[in-house]
Design a binder for this molecule. Structure first.
Ligand SMILES: NC(=O)c1ccc[n+]([C@@H]2O[C@H](COP(=O)([O-])OP(=O)(O)OC[C@H]3O[C@@H](n4cnc5c(N)ncnc54)[C@H](OP(=O)(O)O)[C@@H]3O)[C@@H](O)[C@H]2O)c1
Length: 293
């Protein structure tokens, strides 16, 4: 599949306008911040969110200094009360949403180390944070002609090929019977093994295990939600930005957050007639995009 740069769309083929509202979570730094900048440059109305208001407002000020206008709203995705408050504020301030980018995430792993000490926080933030926010915003999507879309910033580390546990593989491959309860049951199984110190023999992904399991669940939930929303004007896809130089990787990586955000924006802004649902997008060797499934 060939992807055009969003700038390449002529004014008549640009499907978005300043009335198109996009929300990005965890956007005070890293890929989220770069994505907000990109969307603002392309003329959408962007709501930059961050859990720490001082960091969020600093990010907004730095964008304003570059001539870009974005709105700010506090949002801690790991706190259900903050999600509820955000949804109410967004309804009041903007009335609707067109694009949601679930970007906020944490990892407590050093680059080449594997710790599951913070597994509960990682799963609460990376999986439940995205899921609860998505559910809270579902009634706010305008659902007009395939414009409404959710993009989860996920990771290849959470692809099914990283899992050797046959029970987990069977559960996730059984698309017909996959449910939220089953995905959450898998997470409880993992957290139980962590508590008992038995996770190493569990057949879970070997790299950044707790983080990878959170993204495994996020990918599965995206497929489930995509199926559920089919025909109702809302697409749900995932994107892996690849190894990117951000705080999460302690500045290591193959490319900058701006480069990763440029690719994420291409997926987020696919023309309505080319927009799939339930796909996992990733970067190829030459920074081209491919979609799996
Ligand atoms: N960097 C990579 O190589 C790489 C590769 C694959 C996927 N990803 C994914 O890309 C996305 C962005 O990560 P990044 O690399 O840009 O990392 P980052 O620079 O560490 O940014 C993560 C952002 O998430 C925010 N966040 C964390 N917990 C939050 C919460 N409870 N509520 C709201 N915001 C919260 C952080 O806020 P604070 O500043 O307050 O901590 C920060 O703004 C993540 O989904 C990550 O999993 C990254």
């Amino acid at each position: 599949m060939e992807f055009k740069e969003p700038e390449a769309y002529s004014p008549s083929t640009r499907w978005w306008s300043k009335d198109t509202i996009v929300v990005v979570t965890g956007a005070n730094q890293g890929i989220g911040y770069a994505l907000v900048k990109r969307f603002a440059e392309l003329g959408l109305t962007v709501v930059l969110t961050a859990r720490d208001p001082s960091k969020g407002l600093r990010a907004v000020a730095s964008l304003r200094a570059q001539g870009l206008n974005v709105d700010f709203c506090r949002l801690d995705v790991a706190d259900p009360a903050s999600i509820k408050e955000f949804a109410a504020r967004l309804r009041e301030s903007h009335g609707a949403v067109d694009i949601l980018v679930n970007n906020a995430a944490v990892s407590f792993n050093e680059l080449y180390r594997n710790t599951v000490e913070h597994a509960e926080t990682v799963i609460r933030t990376n999986f439940y944070g995205a899921k609860l926010l998505t559910e809270a915003l579902l009634p706010l999507f305008r659902r007009s002609a395939s414009i409404s879309r959710i993009l989860n910033i996920s990771s290849r580390l959470g692809l099914l090929n990283k899992v050797t546990n046959q029970g987990v593989r069977r559960l996730l491959l059984d698309e017909e019977r996959l449910s939220e309860e089953k995905i959450e049951g898998m997470l409880n199984q993992f957290l139980g093994e962590v508590q008992k110190g038995k996770w190493k023999e569990g057949g879970w992904p070997k790299v950044w295990t707790d983080y990878a399991v959170s993204k495994l669940a996020l990918n599965a939930y995206a497929r489930l939600l995509a199926k559920r929303q089919q025909g109702q004007g809302l697409s749900v896809n995932c994107f892996c930005p690849g190894f990117t130089k951000t705080a999460m990787t302690h500045g290591q990586g193959k490319h900058t957050a701006d480069a990763a955000a440029a690719l994420a924006a291409r997926v987020a802004l696919l023309p309505p007639d080319e927009l799939p649902t339930g796909k996992f997008f990733s970067t190829g060797g030459n920074s081209s995009l491919y979609s799996k499934l």
